[in-house]
Design a protein around this ligand. Structure first.
Ligand SMILES: *[C@@H]1O[C@H](CO)[C@@H](O)[C@H](O)[C@H]1NC(C)=O
Ligand SMILES: *[C@@H]1O[C@H](CO)[C@@H](O)[C@H](O)[C@H]1NC(C)=O
Length: 308
């Protein structure tokens, strides 16, 4: 039953060409048909964004007697977008090496200038032609408005407008009270981009840490009456006591010691992490002694005698 069906079906299927070949630069004129029979001809036209090659190549194919299409090659090429020059105070870079349909133009400004507009233009379809996706960007000179004022401090050389690379320096005011102000953050700000400084302005405030007391320990360096921001203190434990924690601490911006105060304790810290005692034992006895010879224990000698 099935074989009869196949015999009936096969001849009708084989008496036609497959779908016409597809191309990157051109498309079929008119509708795609269900069947193409020997002798039938198909016409191609350039796709949007493409134009006929010069000199012109054939743009049609015929369904041959052996049910294959006559050979045909790409007959269209990309259209070109208008040429672009460098913007004033900047450069254009044609990353695809051309201004053909599908290519990109990347823009950069010289040092001290910033880009207004699109950084990348695309050569794309526009109506029935191709054109750049946007207007040419422009390079403008970078300027910074004065950075922010801060309480208890000021910056030097106030101006309305600063140029690229210009620097202001902050200082804290002298204090009227018993404690001086500490400057927290960067002292120096640089105009790095249009209206952008290298960092936020610093803060000026009183930052004081408690007098650092470590029982059974003493301050080796950094001894003073008051401990302000960024002051460093170094500790040592009294003889017979062992330091736990860091021997160097710094007064942090929120008025606490960083890291936390160390401790001096009577017990020594375990110098090695606990391991397998048997392995350590063997290892110890296999170590070379001062003479350079292997110092052997009874266990080691025993092991050797088994080996030989
Ligand atoms: C089909 O016929 C054409 C022209 O006669 C020939 O060039 C081509 O090689 C043939 N193709 C096959 C697959 O036999
Ligand atoms: C153009 O270059 C860009 C960047 O190298 C790449 O991503 C893109 O695919 C290229 N376009 C074409 C059409 O070659």
């Amino acid at each position: 039953m099935l074989s009869v069906f196949l015999v009936l079906l096969l001849p009708t299927v084989s008496e036609a060409c497959d779908d016409p070949p597809r191309f990157k630069t051109m498309k079929l004129q008119g509708e795609l048909k269900h069947n193409y029979y020997p002798g039938e001809c198909v016409q191609y036209e350039c796709r949007l964004g493409f134009k006929p090659k010069v000199p012109a190549l054939p743009r049609s194919a015929v369904c041959q007697d052996n049910d294959t299409w006559s050979s045909l090659q790409e007959a269209c090429v990309e259209k070109s977008c208008p040429n672009l020059g460098d913007p004033v105070n900047g450069q254009v870079n044609f990353v695809n090496g051309s201004v053909l349909f599908g290519s990109q133009a990347h823009f950069d400004c010289n040092l001290g200038f910033y880009l207004i507009g699109a950084k990348i233009l695309y050569c794309e379809i526009s109506g029935d032609n191709v054109d750049w996706s946007d207007n040419l960007p422009v390079c403008e000179v970078i300027l910074c408005a004065a950075p922010g004022n801060i309480t208890n401090g000021r910056f030097t050389h106030y101006k309305e407008v600063y140029q690229y690379g210009e620097v202001v320096m902050y200082r804290c005011n002298p204090s009227n009270g018993p404690d001086e102000y500490s400057l927290i953050g960067g002292t120096t700000l640089i105009c790095v981009d249009h209206n952008r400084w290298s960092s936020d302005p610093p803060e000026c405030k009183v930052v004081k840490c408690d007098y650092p007391i470590v029982q059974y320990g003493s301050i080796v360096s950094g001894f003073r009456g008051k401990y302000y921001y960024n002051v460093q203190v170094v500790f040592r434990c009294h003889d017979g006591f062992y330091l736990q924690g860091s021997n160097i601490i710094v007064c942090g911006a929120n008025g606490t010691w960083e890291p936390e105060l160390p401790k001096c304790t009577k017990d020594s810290l375990p110098s090695e992490p606990p391991g397998k005692p048997e392995l350590k034992h063997v290892h110890f006895y296999l170590n070379k002694g001062p003479s350079g010879n292997v110092r052997c224990s009874m266990l080691c000698l025993l092991m050797r005698s088994f080996e030989s």
